[in-house]
Design a protein around this ligand. Structure first.
Ligand code: F1P
Length: 353
């Protein structure tokens, strides 16, 4: 099979995958899953590894904004190595949400076992299920079958599901309606910007940095991870305005600076991207609505034009980084379907981490 064919097919399949997931969620009885764990009385802690950790961060940001109470995200390894840093107060009312496409990742399973031993109920959110579902008293298994080593549609589907649950808790049916518009919206954007991302990836970069603020920050993190995984290139991620505080010293004509521009912080964030262009960088801008100066200045400008709340756009911002990673890998003669050094699941044979 052609290099990268599986991963690219799955990236382009996301409108249909999202449609199926939302259909499943509409029929789902949420009460037994989470009904007694209102985020206003329980601290929700989202847990994952790798891509699923960035998913956890995006889910925590969603709950914090929609439910109006602090939710957190941690890598599974932090709970195992520094439990008191994660849950300093003994017997605190916490509700962990363990996120794992495979349900087979050793660190996540070890956290599940630890929670079970301590009688702490948690929600498992997964695609493949595997052992994690067996260890959980509450599980949400999404109808997503993903063959690629790297996570694409599984990330966006599980994030949509968690945003759906947050919106239900917050009694924001309008947000749920907004999520339902995303499959068609992405279906319309892919034919426009997919080819442009492929074309943009026909150049090489010595360094890549993706920038974002707020709930888009984990999406920038995942964008950088997709580029690292799918093209074995080094990519970093920063809060947008943080980039001025030192990291901008890497900027040159061989460096790509990408910015996922929020609506809330557009003026401040776009100023950084324009400055990096003036410093000689190559720039990529993704925004819901582009200003004329950013549209003129960016080497690639992607405008989403989604008439939905800002938080409901998160998954659509990520698609272009998924495609960029795969196309950069293909240009380097690599096979994104079988990324160097990577496996579909990280299992630690026998030993505690
Ligand atoms: C987590 C993960 C992925 C990564 C790679 C290895 O998997 O670290 O984030 O891209 O596929 O596994 P999971 O726990 O979500 O199955």
């Amino acid at each position: 099979m052609e290099h990268g064919a599986t991963t690219l097919r799955e990236i382009y399949s996301q409108p249909e995958v999202w449609r199926n997931c939302l259909h499943t969620l509409d029929k789902l009885e949420l009460e037994p899953l989470v009904g007694d764990k209102d985020p206003r009385s329980h601290e929700w802690i989202f847990v994952g590894c790798g891509t699923s950790y960035y998913l956890a961060q995006a889910a925590a940001a969603t709950f914090t904004i929609l439910a109006g109470v602090p939710a957190h995200a941690v890598p599974a390894s932090e709970i195992l190595i520094f439990p008191k840093l994660v849950v300093p107060v003994e017997h605190a009312a916490i509700f962990p949400v363990l996120i794992s496409r495979s349900g087979h990742t050793s660190e996540v399973l070890q956290v599940a076992e630890l929670l079970s031993q301590r009688g702490v109920e948690f929600l498992a959110v997964t695609c493949d299920g595997n052992e994690l579902v067996g260890l959980a008293t509450r599980a949400l298994k999404l109808p997503v079958t993903e063959e690629s080593t790297v996570m694409t549609s599984s990330f966006t589907s599980m994030l949509i599901a968690l945003q759906y649950i947050a919106a239900r808790f917050a009694r924001q049916d309008g947000f749920v309606d907004a999520l339902h518009t995303l499959p068609a919206a992405l279906g319309a954007l892919l034919p426009i910007y997919g080819p442009r991302v492929e074309q943009f990836a026909q150049q090489s970069f010595d360094d890549v940095a993706f920038l974002a603020q707020g709930a888009l920050y984990p999406i920038a993190s995942e964008t950088a991870l997709k580029i690292m995984e799918s093209s074995s290139s080094y990519a970093q991620f920063f809060h947008t305005l943080e980039f001025r505080h030192g990291p901008k010293s890497i900027v040159s004509k061989r460096v790509l600076v990408g910015a996922l521009l929020s609506e809330t912080g557009y003026a401040e964030e776009s100023a950084v991207l324009l400055e990096m262009k003036d410093l000689g960088g190559r720039t990529l801008a993704i925004a819901n609505q582009l200003s004329p100066e950013v549209r003129r200045s960016a080497d690639l400008a992607i405008e989403l034009a989604l008439p939905v709340p800002e938080l409901a756009r998160l998954v659509v911002y990520l698609i272009w980084g998924q495609l960029l990673g795969s196309h950069l890998g293909l240009r380097k003669g690599l096979n994104p379907d079988s990324p160097r050094h990577l496996s579909r699941v990280v299992t630690l044979a026998g030993r505690a981490i």
